[in-house]
Ligand binder design. Structure first.
Ligand SMILES: *[C@@H]1O[C@H](CO)[C@@H](O)[C@H](O)[C@H]1NC(C)=O
Length: 564
């Protein structure tokens, strides 16, 4: 394949007019045709006619054409790009250099490591005073406890390679622009809807006078044509994936280039075609995005001078064995927001009624769990924003939802966390930075650190982070998009933010405060319901602990993690 590609470029350079490149469909069609012909030879005459008819039947209907829609990670283009990268490097290999360690170290090496901090200070309670980074091998923890470690590792590798194939976009391919190219072309921003036609903007040739000027364009997922013809320009290959334009007059050729069209022919809702554009000894590449584009999901929340919280926000919570706490929460919300909708997901064994105006109580099968409840509650929200609260929180005069709405309305943040005041008076914001390092075949490295990225301009109490506390307001649509993995039944929180990495823009404000109702109760004074709750929530049963390991090992494909 590579050789024929290179040969064709050489032939193009030497000015031969090429027959249009056969597309995948053509190739399959002619392969089938050869088959038919062979069979015809064998069967002779009458039966052959019938067979031919039968075989060609499906093609009379255009929609039954089969097209290979597999994106190819290893295309001849990749090889060509690599060759070009090397070209530039060859002539200066003999020149020495001095490595700048502090900068070079910051470059990703494609082999991440999870390293724990060494204990440097030896005083009592030093770990509390100077929290150290700890490291944990996800691979070891999970594979050790798995009956078939090789099998599960193989399945993870298979699933991952199929994920890469599905998420690959040819527009992510690095493209290098060569020095002194006479070709003018668009470097980004060209987009076509699937199977539609556009004018390719910005094409031109700027070169010295010569007796003949020629350019060609080649696509993989579409065809070229011209929307108008210009005198004294010859156009070859209209309606095919490779078009060649030539003229003795450079200005006429450039005029003609303003009318070149591209038509996408292979349907994909979101991909890109890498177009090759060349002239003489020069060739460049650029991408044409092929995509439907996103359809917006807008919320009509009415028109108000001030934020109408009831129209904009739904409060969602999940309850389990704590009806007394839930009632306190609802009561406290009603003091400040009498008409805001409250959605309660409930997976108790013996559900009790939770009634009142603007309350939706959803009863789930017993013990479905924490994230399943969050998922159900959030799925029922119809307002623009959803506020997540735990069932043992209490609203106070400091629980100003207007502040959260304000920052979400005025910035690009998708989700903003508040602060939780404990009974002791301590107020927690729980801000974390999450990063994932590329780690080759073994899996990636997950790093979690306390802290935030930067302040938010105009909101002195707010910062940008990757994970926040259990009290947050988000754009309903974005929170629903990320979702809560319903298999995580107990003690899960960061998992949502790991899933949200790269799709949610997250903030945290310390001036919106909710109170935590649960006191630290001595075990012998605990009510029975409290004891039962803690048994479910905190007892790490084997099944759940294995599941957490599996989520990190298999679902998120981590090999290890560090945190502080
Ligand atoms: C606020 O929104 C709610 C729900 O949409 C509505 O019933 C109420 O009349 C609105 N309040 C004001 C002051 O507009």
């Amino acid at each position: 394949m590579q050789n024929t590609w290179a040969a064709e470029i050489t032939r193009l350079r030497s000015g031969h007019v090429l027959p249009p490149l056969r597309t995948e469909v053509d190739a399959e069609r002619s392969a089938a045709m050869i088959n038919v012909n062979k069979k015809c030879l064998g069967l002779i005459l009458v039966s052959c006619g019938i067979l031919t008819l039968a075989l060609f039947q499906p093609w009379s209907n255009g929609s039954s054409l089969t097209i290979n829609i597999e994106p190819r990670l290893e295309s001849p283009l990749n090889a060509l790009f690599e060759e070009k990268l090397k070209d530039g490097i060859h002539d200066n290999q003999h020149i020495g250099f001095h490595l700048k360690q502090n900068v070079a170290r910051q470059l990703a090496h494609n082999t991440c490591v999870c390293q724990a901090d060494k204990q440097t200070v030896h005083i009592p309670f030093s770990d509390l005073l100077f929290p150290r980074v700890w490291a944990h091998s996800v691979n070891q923890a999970f594979l050790e406890s798995h009956p078939d470690p090789e099998g599960v590792a193989r399945r993870r590798a298979q699933e991952y390679s199929s994920f890469q194939r599905r998420s690959y976009n040819p527009a992510d391919l690095p493209i290098i622009a060569e020095a002194n190219s006479p070709l003018q072309y668009p470097t980004q921003g060209v987009m076509v809807r699937p199977l539609k036609t556009i004018i390719v903007p910005g094409l031109a040739l700027k070169e010295e006078k010569s007796s003949d000027h020629m350019v060609y364009l080649r696509a993989k997922l579409g065809t070229f044509d011209v929307a108008a013809t210009v005198e004294q320009v010859s156009v070859v290959g209209e309606g095919t994936s490779i078009i060649r334009l030539s003229s003795r007059l450079l200005s006429n050729l450039n005029r003609q280039l303003q009318f070149v069209t591209y038509t996408n022919t292979v349907f994909h809702p979101k991909t890109a075609d890498t177009v090759e554009y060349g002239s003489g000894g020069h060739q460049v590449f650029f991408s044409i995005k092929v995509e439907h584009g996103a359809v917006p999901k807008l919320y009509n929340s009415g028109s108000h001078k001030e934020y109408n919280i009831s129209a904009l926000v739904t409060i969602a919570t999940k309850t389990f064995l704590r009806y007394d706490k839930l009632q306190d929460l609802i009561h406290s919300i009603r003091q400040y927001y009498p008409t805001v909708t409250i959605v309660v997901a409930d997976d108790n064994e013996h559900p009790q009624p939770v009634t009142g105006p603007h309350i939706e109580h959803y009863i789930m099968p017993f013990g479905k769990g924490w994230f399943a409840g969050r998922n159900l509650a959030v799925s029922q929200v119809t307002t623009k924003y959803v506020l997540w609260v735990d069932d043992d929180f209490i609203f106070t005069a400091n629980t100003k939802l207007e502040n959260m709405v304000d920052i979400l309305e005025k910035t690009t943040l998708d989700l903003v966390g508040g602060a939780v005041r404990e009974v002791t008076g301590y107020t927690a914001t729980y801000r974390h930075i999450i990063s994932v390092e590329e780690g080759g075949e073994e899996g990636n490295c997950l790093h979690i650190r306390k802290g935030y990225h930067h302040l938010v301009e105009g909101f002195p109490n707010c910062v940008v982070a990757d994970a926040v506390i259990n009290f947050f307001m988000g754009r309903t649509e974005k929170v629903q998009q990320v979702g809560f993995n319903p298999r995580l039944a107990r003690a899960a929180h960061l998992e949502f933010f790991i899933d949200a990495l790269g799709s949610l823009h997250i903030g945290s404000c310390s001036d919106v405060i909710v109170s935590h109702a649960s006191k630290i109760i001595l075990p012998w004074t605990k009510k029975d319901s409290q004891k039962a709750y803690e048994k479910y929530r905190y007892t790490a049963n084997d099944e759940q602990s294995l599941l957490h390991k599996e989520v990190f090992y298999f679902r998120n494909r981590f090999k290890c993690m560090t945190s502080n």
